[in-house]
Design a protein around this ligand. Structure first.
Ligand SMILES: [Cu+2]
Length: 170
């Protein structure tokens, strides 16, 4: 059913491009059309910072790049990775260039790995609350979905406010 939906929208986009003439930008498909978000959830947090996780599947024939994110539940949202700081200690930091999901592959956002960082959280307070998240792609298209807040005790140190990671706020 998904495939049929994509075919239809591609056909519509191609028709629009033909109608508009040759000066139209590449209208083959928006990157957001290729991305399927599943298993999404947010670590419950009453205030401060928390993180969202998901499986991002690219069902298209081209790589997609996520360059930004936003949420009405957070004052500020960043795309983070967890990397070795050089001394064997994992630290999280903003990921250069965002998240790339190669064509036909799935990019996992998980505790201890890439994640969507929510700062100045206002309403991810308790487990079961639905949090709206929007991912923005490099072509300007967007995907909005809801992720349910869950209790999660693991990897606490990675998602605490940035006391131990001075580079975090930059
Ligand atoms: Cu983070």
């Amino acid at each position: 059913m998904k495939a049929r939906t994509r075919l239809v929208s591609t056909a519509v986009a191609s028709f629009a491009a033909l109608t508009l003439g040759s000066c139209a930008p590449d209208a083959s498909s928006a990157q957001s059309d290729s991305l399927v978000v599943r298993e999404q959830w947010v670590k419950a947090a009453g205030s401060g910072a928390t993180a969202a996780f998901a499986e991002l599947q690219n069902t298209g024939d081209d790589d997609v790049r996520i360059v930004g994110a936003s949420s009405p539940a957070a004052g500020h949202v960043e795309l983070h990775e967890v990397a070795d700081d050089g001394s064997g200690t994992p630290v999280m930091r903003e990921k250069d260039g965002g998240f790339v999901v190669p064509a036909g592959e799935t990019h996992l956002l998980a505790p201890g790995a890439d994640h969507v960082m929510l700062m100045d959280v206002t309403s991810v307070s308790s487990p079961g609350v639905d949090v709206e998240l929007t991912l923005e792609f490099e072509d300007g298209s967007r995907v909005t979905f809801t992720a349910q807040a869950r209790d999660f005790a693991g990897a606490q140190e990675h998602y605490a406010p940035a006391a131990s990671t001075p580079s975090h706020g930059g």
